[in-house]
Design a protein around this ligand. Structure first.
Ligand code: CU
Length: 428
């Protein structure tokens, strides 16, 4: 901090420095200039650190792409390369703005010292507002035309269509308000910029305007919220109908485990805490006869136009079942089984045709950042015809493997015997 003494010294220094500067005799031997040099040194060393960082990232990226490492490492360094590049770009832009600002200030002071009228900063700010408006609106146009191509394809489920309609309605209304308010804000800032020729009009209050800008947004927001509430109620207030396909989806760090019902169409009970073992990762309860024919699956295969009920479980932390193409997302909470019902309407083959992308796959993701391997929690989802589904189902292996039977000491009649029950009890 500068004390009064040095502040005065600073003022004199600046005046002297300025005279010297005007006379073409600028020199750096004054106290404040030394301070400036020190500060500049700090800034330069900071910039050097960022530059070094950028170079390292760049070199790491080159090394990774030159080696035979798999794509994961390459894309990771690509990402850091991107971050380093934008940080440097931002710093460079800040430096340019600071330099332009200083030059303008020096020009302004020179004008004033020569007895001329300085720059009209009100006009400068007004023009900057208009430039900001034009550039910003172009940014909006760009994000709609360029980024919009990266949005999801059409909804592949019955309720998904309703969610998309709601999303569209909300976007249209909020975009309309956004564009109108931004145009008004920046054109008013330009049109009524500070001027010596007029004085600001003192206008403290207007009840009508207050009412208009309170009541209209309140009505619009109420409509959007009620619309959302009814849509969500319609999506989630579902009854269990005979013929629903029950599938268990269980999340743990870091994969999804799938269990399909066998011929009886019913899934056996699960108690993870009581029945877990290396051969029984889900903790299926084999005292429940419905569990005998349950099936294990690697891929989530769904028949088209059939009602699917996903029973959602988690074993360690909170995960989240996320099927973006079907507009499905529901948290998987340990100890609190949830479910989500939906009906897929477009088969994978049909979607590949529509998108003209033979490699397209629906995916099941985890949508909670649940730990270091979170990114790995994805599974392909296949929507197929009923006949294809039945054929696929016939080839799935039972959850109750021979190993598990041995572990549970199943008797020849297919029933767990007493010893196995005791063993299970000891596991508790
Ligand atoms: Cu997860």
């Amino acid at each position: 901090m500068l004390n009064l003494q040095s502040d005065r010294e600073y003022q004199t220094t600046i005046k002297m420095g300025f005279r010297n500067f005007i006379n073409g005799e600028a020199h750096l031997n004054t106290f404040k200039n030394k301070q400036l040099v020190k500060n500049s040194k700090k800034i330069i060393s900071l910039a050097a650190v960022f530059l070094l960082l950028g170079t390292n990232v760049l070199m790491a990226q080159t090394a990774a792409s030159g080696s035979t490492l798999p794509g994961a490492t390459e894309s990771k360094s690509n990402m850091w390369m991107g971050v380093g590049y934008y940080v440097l770009l931002f710093l460079a832009a800040c430096v340019v703005v600071a330099i332009v600002g200083k030059i303008l200030r020096v020009y302004d002071l020179t004008q004033q010292m020569q007895g001329k009228k300085g720059m009209n900063w009100n006009n400068v700010m007004g023009v900057i507002c208009v430039i900001f408006l034009v550039v910003g609106m172009y940014g909006v146009y760009w994000s709609f035309t360029e980024q919009a191509t990266q949005t999801l394809p059409e909804a592949a489920s019955k309720h998904g269509v309703k969610i998309d309609e709601m999303f569209l309605a909300t976007t249209v209304i909020t975009m309309f308000v956004f564009i109108v308010t931004q145009i008004l804000l920046f054109t008013f800032a330009f049109k009524y910029r500070g001027s010596d020729k007029r004085r600001g009009y003192y206008y403290p209050h207007n009840n009508t305007i207050e009412k208009v800008w309170t009541i209209i947004p309140a009505i619009v927001l109420t409509i959007l919220v009620v619309f959302g509430f009814f849509t969500w109620r319609e999506v989630t207030n579902t009854e269990n109908v005979k013929g629903d396909i029950n599938i268990d989806v269980t999340g743990h760090q870091f994969e999804w485990l799938l269990r399909y019902p066998g011929k009886d169409g019913k899934l056996g009970a699960v108690d993870y805490m009581a029945n877990y073992s290396a051969n029984n990762l889900l903790g299926v309860d084999f005292k429940d006869r419905n569990s005998f024919d349950d099936l294990k699956a690697d891929t989530l295969v769904l028949p088209v136009n059939r009602s699917i009920r996903l029973n959602i479980h988690a074993q360690d932390v909170i995960h989240s079942v996320y099927l973006p193409h079907f507009r499905v997302q529901m948290n998987a909470v340990p100890g609190l089984p949830t479910f989500f019902k939906f009906t897929p309407t477009i088969t994978t083959a049909e979607m590949r045709n529509r998108l003209d992308d033979p490699k397209f796959n629906y995916l099941l993701y985890c949508n909670k950042i649940c730990g270091a391997g979170h990114y790995n929690m994805q599974k392909p989802v296949l929507v197929v015809t009923e006949a294809e589904y039945q054929e696929w189902l016939a080839h799935q292996k039972p959850y109750l493997t021979d190993q598990l039977k041995k572990e549970l000491k199943f008797a020849d009649n297919g029933q767990p015997n007493d010893a196995a029950q005791k063993k299970l009890a000891l596991n508790n």
